[in-house]
Write a protein that binds this ligand. Structure first.
Ligand SMILES: [Ca+2]
Ligand SMILES: [Ca+2]
Length: 133
């Protein structure tokens, strides 16, 4: 009787383990943060727009949160590319990850102010959704 119970417990444990998602939890992709929450999430200096540095700090923190084995690289198991992702390349190191963010930032910053307004972010995302990039 005891062994049956132990076996059932082992099966339950195995099911539980297999139910754990392989992808990392962590902050959402920067491009998937709802527009209504972008400023609250990213605008640390409160100037009403997202500076290059503010976004880069976010994606850098996210990189380290996703890099669960701390090998300074995000692979497809740690973080499969998702909608709004900084870069779909895998594996990817921190420098390439930041470069991908920087390139997207430049694409969004149509008035070249070095800071993304909500209107610029909205327009940039629409263009990306439409495959315009
Ligand atoms: Ca700001
Ligand atoms: Ca890694």
């Amino acid at each position: 009787m005891k062994s049956v119970f132990a076996s059932a417990a082992a099966t339950a444990a195995a099911l539980l383990l297999s139910a754990v998602p392989v992808h990392a939890k962590g902050p959402p992709p920067i491009g998937s943060i709802p527009l209504s929450e972008v400023l609250a999430t990213l605008d640390r200096n409160g100037n009403g727009c997202i500076d290059l540095e503010e976004g880069r700090n976010y994606v850098s923190r996210r990189f380290h949160a996703l890099d669960r084995n701390d090998d300074d690289s995000i692979d497809a198991v740690e973080a499969p590319p998702m909608a709004g992702e900084t870069s779909a390349s895998r594996p990817i190191g921190l420098n390439d990850w930041q470069d991908a963010y920087h390139a997207r930032f430049d694409g969004f910053d149509t008035d070249r102010s070095g800071c993304l307004s909500l209107a610029e972010i909205e327009a940039g995302r629409s263009a990306a959704d439409a495959g315009g990039r």
